[in-house]
Design a protein around this ligand. Sequence first.
Ligand SMILES: Cc1cc2nc3c(=O)[nH]c(=O)nc-3n(C[C@H](O)[C@H](O)[C@H](O)COP(=O)(O)OP(=O)(O)OC[C@H]3O[C@@H](n4cnc5c(N)ncnc54)[C@H](O)[C@@H]3O)c2cc1C
Ligand code: SF4
Ligand code: SF4
Length: 488
Amino acid sequence: MKSSFNIKTNRVFTPLRKYGWLFTIMVGVGGLWFPKIGLLVILVILSLIAVSFFKGRFWCGNFCPHGSLFDSIVMRISNNKNIPYFLRSRVLAGLFFVFFGFSLSGKFIKIADSFGTLSYLDKAGYIFVTTYLMVIIVGGFLSLFVAPRTWCNFCPMGSIQTLSYKLGKRTGASKKSDEKITIANKSMCHSCGKCARVCPMQLNPYLEFTDNNQFDNEACIRCSTCVANCPAGILSLNTEKQGAEIVSNTSPEGYTGRVVIQSVIDEIRHLSDDVTEYTFRFQDPEVVVYKPGQFVLVKIQDSPKMFRAFSISSYHEDGRRLSITIKKVPGGYGSGIISDKFKLGDSVVLEGPMGHELVLDKNAEKVLLVAGGIGITPFRAMVKDIVENQEHIRSARLIYGVNSEKDFLYNDEFKEFEAKSDRFEYSRIAASDSSWTGAKGYVTDLIKETDLTGYLIYMCGPNPMIEATLKTLKGMGANDEVIYYESA
Ligand SMILES: Cc1cc2nc3c(=O)[nH]c(=O)nc-3n(C[C@H](O)[C@H](O)[C@H](O)COP(=O)(O)OP(=O)(O)OC[C@H]3O[C@@H](n4cnc5c(N)ncnc54)[C@H](O)[C@@H]3O)c2cc1C
Ligand code: SF4
Ligand code: SF4
């Protein structure tokens, strides 16, 4: 499967965004028979000018019926390619705005002699209807063959909003209402570029946050797609004041030690068809202190600068090396680059260590570790540390779920730890393997058989597993304070 930079993802978060396209069809198509419907467009234009004065292009991302058509309907079959530079240039937007202005005025001048009659309403409505239809056709064509929101880059209504927004900013009227994408803490950013890859306007928020942690780009349509898809969960749509509060209330715990590490690939081990372990030796600095349960970022490309996050799957106490274990995702952009390009002896830039969610509480006495699929990686380092160093942990239980037996990673190591320590217990379960003779089902099936009293629970795995496990744990009476998790 070919990996692609732009990701098709859910951009529809409200009923209006999901079904707003019906209005477009009603006006652009229904208006051909009932032209007066086109007069509704006057309301649309006035509304978007008013909204943009206070909130930039919020209309485009949240209310625009054409935007709904592109995101909710056409995106499913769109090529979703990079939007060419000339279609994104301000010059094109400016020229098109002037052309549109002349064209619309010309049409109204032509019907001016019927002003004051009933037929004028039909004629005026018809002008808006055909304009709406033109956007459906041209915008839809671009949406299909280039990317869903290509049209929005030079839409005259977008240009009007930008002008209105500039006025709102100049007069100070937008200061309290203008919500922008806000990053809670720049050190927590994985630099994974997912915010850019899902952005309908193909912007790069993660590369452009200002000193006050906000994304100031006037082309942002405030659709919150980046917020919903950021794996670090550090984005939000907020005013400057709310943003400042979020920044000051966000604890940097687990991220203050983040450094740039020049490293060399020391060892590569293929663990299965699609899982490979890479060990990096640090060069500059030569020693980096990290904890089991933390993760590092691996640089995959320079332009645009982009990393991928991976849990540290080994624990080298001397702090001179670390390993990560990577599953090649079908169609995966970053894991594809690593698996195709990374060779023994290559220099690789890492950043980290990062994260605190899976770092064991130093007062913990009983811990339940729950891993799903590739989410086993942090537990390899943590179990070694528990068995060899963390004497205060009286009982550690690892529940490891996969689809089929061949997916179990580091099985021999976990068995050895279980044989070596009476404080560690290891349980496996496979969901869909008819030849597997062990427990069949999901991690939640084994959790249900466990007495959770006194346990701190650490989980890592794909989102569906995390969600299902959280539901089970809550149902068993576990409260938020004893549950820690990270999605892999
Ligand atoms: C803290 C942390 C630790 C991690 N540890 C590990 C680890 O130890 N080992 C490991 O292998 N991985 C780990 N990961 C995952 C890793 O960072 C990458 O996400 C993973 O390798 C896939 O990246 P990719 O670029 O190859 O895939 P991508 O190109 O990002 O996506 C893969 C597939 O999913 C689809 N997709 C992606 N996002 C969306 C979306 N929002 N909506 C719809 N479709 C989408 C894409 O279209 C594609 O088909 C970790 C992630 C985090 C955040
Ligand atoms: S973690 Fe990834 S998606 Fe989130 S802000 Fe950083 S680069 Fe963007
Ligand atoms: S930066 Fe975020 S909110 Fe702005 S357009 Fe892109 S995805 Fe939407």
